[in-house]
Design a protein around this ligand. Structure first.
Ligand SMILES: NC(=O)c1ccc[n+]([C@@H]2O[C@H](COP(=O)([O-])OP(=O)(O)OC[C@H]3O[C@@H](n4cnc5c(N)ncnc54)[C@H](OP(=O)(O)O)[C@@H]3O)[C@@H](O)[C@H]2O)c1
Length: 206
C-alpha cells in the first residue's frame, strides 16, 4: 500500500521504518520541506521518498498524521479528503499552546478540521521507543503488545488493524473517536505494556 507520513519525528521515523520493512511504499514529510529530508528518508528504508505535506497526502492511499498537535492547522485538509488518516496526536498544552477542543477528544477535533477524512486514532498510546522495538510478527496475536484504535469508520479501522498486525503488534478496538479519550495520556491504557486481552479488560473498566 502507498502510505504517506506527515511528520518525521520520533513516531514518524519509527513508523516509516516499520512500514517500509513490511513492504509498503512510504512517502514522508516534515515542517521544512523535502530538500531537508532526503538523506533521512533514504536511511529509513528502501524507496522511502521525501515529500511536501501536500504531496505526501496525495501519495498515500492511507496517511499518518504525526506532527505536534498544536500544528494541526498546517495539515493539508484538501488532499486528505476521503483518505484513511491515522492520527497519532496527543495534546499537551505546555507544548502545543492553549487550544479549545470544545469538549471533543483530540481525534474528534482533528476530524472536524479534516472534513471527509476517515480518521482513525492509533499509535498515540505507545512510546516511540517501544514502537521501534516491541513489534514481533513471529508471535501469535494473543501474545503481542496491544495498540488501541478508535474510529467512527469501521472499514477504515479494519485497514488500520491489518497494518498494525503487519508490523508485529495486535490492535484493540476502543470504539469511536469520542472514546479515543480513553487512550489519551493519563488514562490506564496509555503506555501500558499489555496484550490484547489485558488491554480489553483495562478499556472495559473505563
Ligand atoms: N514521541 C512519542 O513517544 C509519542 C508517542 C505517542 C504519540 N506521540 C504524539 O505523536 C505526535 C508526534 O510526536 P513525535 O514525538 O514524533 O514528534 P517530534 O519528534 O517532535 O517530531 C515532530 C515532527 O513533525 C514535524 N512537523 C512539525 N510541524 C509540522 C508541519 N506543520 N508540517 C509537517 N511536519 C511538521 C517536524 O518537522 P521538522 O523535522 O521539520 O521539525 C518533526 O519531523 C505528537 O502529537 C505526539 O504527542 C508521540
Amino acid at each position: 500500500m502507498k502510505i504517506g507520513i506527515l511528520g518525521a519525528g520520533h513516531i514518524g521515523k519509527a513508523l516509516a521504518r516499520l512500514l517500509a520493512e513490511a513492504g509498503h511504499d512510504v512517502g514522508i514529510s516534515n515542517s521544512r520541506g523535502p530538500d531537508t529530508l532526503r538523506d533521512l528518508a533514504a536511511q529509513l528504508g528502501h524507496g522511502v521518498k521525501a515529500f511536501s505535506n501536500e504531496d505526501a497526502a496525495r501519495f498515500g492511499e492511507l496517511v499518518i498524521e504525526t506532527v505536534p498537535f498544536g500544528n494541526y492547522a498546517d495539515l493539508p485538509a484538501v488532499q486528505l479528503k476521503n483518505k484513511i488518516v491515522i492520527d497519532t496526536a496527543n495534546y499537551y498544552p505546555q507544548r502545543d499552546g492553549e487550544i479549545d477542543l470544545g469538549g471533543l477528544s483530540e481525534s474528534a477535533f482533528m476530524a472536524r478540521h479534516l472534513p471527509g477524512a476517515r480518521v482513525v486514532k492509533a499509535f498515540n498510546a505507545i512510546q516511540a521507543a517501544h514502537l521501534e522495538t516491541l513489534g514481533d510478527t513471529s508471535k501469535p496475536l494473543s501474545e503481542r503488545r496491544a495498540i488501541p484504535i478508535a474510529s467512527d469508520d469501521a472499514e477504515a479501522k479494519a485497514v488500520v488493524q491489518t497494518l498494525i498486525e503487519a508490523i508485529g503488534f495486535a490492535s484493540v478496538d476502543n470504539g469511536d473517536l469520542e472514546h479515543s479519550k480513553n487512550q489519551q495520556p493519563g488514562t490506564p491504557i496509555y503506555g501500558a505494556e499489555v496484550n490484547a486481552e489485558q488491554a480489553r479488560e483495562i478499556l472495559e473498566k473505563q
